[in-house]
Every structure is written in C-alpha cells, then in structure tokens.
Unconditional design. Structure first.
Length: 133
C-alpha cells in the first residue's frame, strides 16, 4: 500500500466520519429541543429552550443514539472498536437557539508519519421555528 493511497483513503474516511458525527449531533439536538419545549398546548407561544432540561436530555439522547460515555467523552463503536469520539462538548442556549460545539477525534485507518488520530472541532445549531398562518 503506497503512502499516497493511504492518505487518500484516510481523507475519504475522515470526511465521512465528520458528516456522520455532525448529522448525529444535529439529530440529537433536534430531538432534544422537541422534547424540552414546555407544553404542546403553549409551545407555539414560548420558543425559549429551557437550558437545564435540554442539557440533560441532550446527553441522554446521545446515549440513546448508541454513544458510550467514557471519561467525559462520548464514543461511537462498531464491532467493539472505537469508530470515533466526541469530547469537550459545549452546549449554549440563546432563546430559541441551541448551539453544540465539540471536538471530534477520529482514529485513522493507517498511521501516517506517526499520526494515528486527528481532532477536528465541529459545530451545529438547532432552532425553534414558528410558522404562522
């Protein structure tokens, strides 16, 4: 296997993992926002995302999505092997907006110049929308 081939495979792999992890965080945040809005009867009047219940719900939903919490990180595994890790998760709330910032650690398929994993910051948002007639 040439170094060029290993680099190309790693780039494709990393790109795929970034998209997968970001998509998972987006799904978890949308579910979290939906779960934590106050009451179905008045939710269209109050769009503020409650911080404490949303924070707990977010981390519960990460576990429901198959992430294992180990030493402050959330690890996604496939075939009992670490696929990627999300750590340093920061949630911030501003009214109807929920922002998630985190570090995504991806083990490379092949070590390149003694680099066996990379860390990439990721960011996603969820917002409450109200559609009026």
């Amino acid at each position: 296997l040439s170094i060029f081939t290993a680099v190309i495979y790693n780039i494709i792999f990393v790109y795929t993992i970034i998209n997968t992890a970001t998509h998972d965080l987006e799904r978890v945040s949308v579910i979290t926002v939906n779960e934590t809005l106050v009451n179905a009867n008045v939710r269209d009047l109050n769009h503020t995302i409650p911080e404490m219940p949303a924070t707990q719900s977010f981390f519960d939903n990460l576990s429901n999505f198959g992430y294992q919490q180990i030493s402050g990180a959330y690890i996604k595994k496939e075939n009992d092997k670490e696929f990627y890790r999300i750590s340093n998760i920061e949630l911030s709330f501003n009214g109807e907006l929920m922002e998630i910032k985190a570090d995504l650690t991806i083990p490379l398929l092949w070590e390149i110049d003694s680099v066996s994993e990379i860390v990439i910051p990721i960011n996603t948002l969820s917002r409450v929308y109200c559609f009026e007639d």
